[in-house]
Design a protein around this ligand. Sequence first.
Ligand code: BES
Ligand code: ZN
Ligand code: ZN
Length: 519
Amino acid sequence: MLAVPLPRSASGLAGAAPGRRWRREAGRGRQGLVLGIYSSEKDEGAAQFTSAGDAFDRLVSGKLRELLSLCGPPLKKGKTRIFHGLHQDFPSVAVVGLGKKNAGVNDQENWNEGKENIRAAVAVGCRQIQDLEIPCVEVDPCGDAQAAAEGAVLGLHEYNELKQKKKPVVTPQLHGSAESEAWQKGVTYAEGQNLARYLMEAPANYITPIKFAEHIEQKLRSFSNVKVHIRPESWIATQEMGAFLSVAKGSAEPPIFLEIHYLGGANTNDSPLVFVGKGVTFDSGGISLKPSSGMDAMRADMGGAATVCSAIVTAAALNLPLNIIGLAPLCENMPSGKANKPGDVVRAKNGKTIQVDNTDAEGRLLLADALCYAHNFKPRAVVNAATLTGAMDVALGSAATGVFTNSSWLWTHLYEASVLTGDRVWRMPLFEHYTKQVTDCPLADLSNIGKYSRAGGACTAAAFLKEFVTASHWAHLDIAGVMSNKDEVPYLQKGMAGRPTRTLVEFAARLSQDSHNTK
Ligand code: BES
Ligand code: ZN
Ligand code: ZN
């Protein structure tokens, strides 16, 4: 043993506060270790190590178990204790509470609780190691290496691109050699979500439409089965995307229509899954200007585009055996002499006319044209994602993405995917009731807001989009409520969340295994 192993608690449960000297000494070691521990079934029973925890405890002749019991009651879910100097290869060991041992799918919560517990615990443990400025951390797979990797990679992610003083980079690695494939899969899923988080968090003067497109193109450059088209404004005009263009023309920043073809399917002509994402790189509201407080968050109004494009980058990295097309109309929504004015009427690609009663309901205008275009590819399914309505946040908050779909087949796949990822979905209605509220319009075929203004705002927005869909398997994901994280998701730090990228990837993976409707 290198030093007297003083336990101390990050959760404030036991032990002394970290001293400066401790931090320096710990930082000098080679790597940190994160180990899981289950709570006992009975309240006062001894906690149970994972197999990696058991093995480590044997290696240090039972010292870890001894120290833990000296620290007080067994570790609760999500709580951690850190020990220094137990083993020369791992100068700092964070033990994290995993909750009860055989937690599986929780039918009330609609997620796999065991996986969620692992993600949360590993994320906390890794962050503790990062605080000690240790550059490398080995992570206990905790019986599910994919979930552990997701917790580690998501938990350590932070946007500090534009700060001079950055947090130390910590590279998480699997502890032990079993389950390395599952670990790598988890890393890939989490990196996908982190890409969406990066794009959403970045300021709007850094991620303009063209910069967004170039960033995604660069991520896809190495894949020979991917083609990226960065369509300029002239192309958008020839496509007669009048609704999209009407929003874009209010800004000095030119719009882009990003089109990605990922051909992973057995045949290049297999019917594709088409993803469509709202790509408003900044939403000021336009002439119907938003209040200035909190407006900065509207840099993430391209979250739909960010999550679907990141899901395709991830699908390519995983080499998923299906064809996916990604479409992202990208522009800013700004007030100017050229901007849409309330009451203006514009014409979408399918010929439908739209009265723009509120210029802040711009996302549906972009999506109307992109959804029309999506049908050119004879898709097996169309899935769009958009930070579409504040009303979605009012309805569900950040608990789940709202899904409006005309297909129970599609719903089942999305739902089952979300139970695994923990990034949940909840089905919402597409009633005719709401359609009537957008088709009753004085000057045009459709109004871009519901006639009862705020009531059921997420549903009237979905009903509006439905007017541009003829595909029999379509789902609209309103992700406004899950756009950012305060502290609700314990394995994501505060900031833009990149949700539900992992659910989209898992959904695509499931679709690739389902032969229904591929031709
Ligand atoms: N991008 C916003 C929706 C939004 C709000 C996303 C908060 C994320 C967080 C969208 O373009 C918008 O402003 N929608 C309006 C629609 C209304 C005018 C019918 C809204 O929700 O207020
Ligand atoms: Zn808006
Ligand atoms: Zn918007």
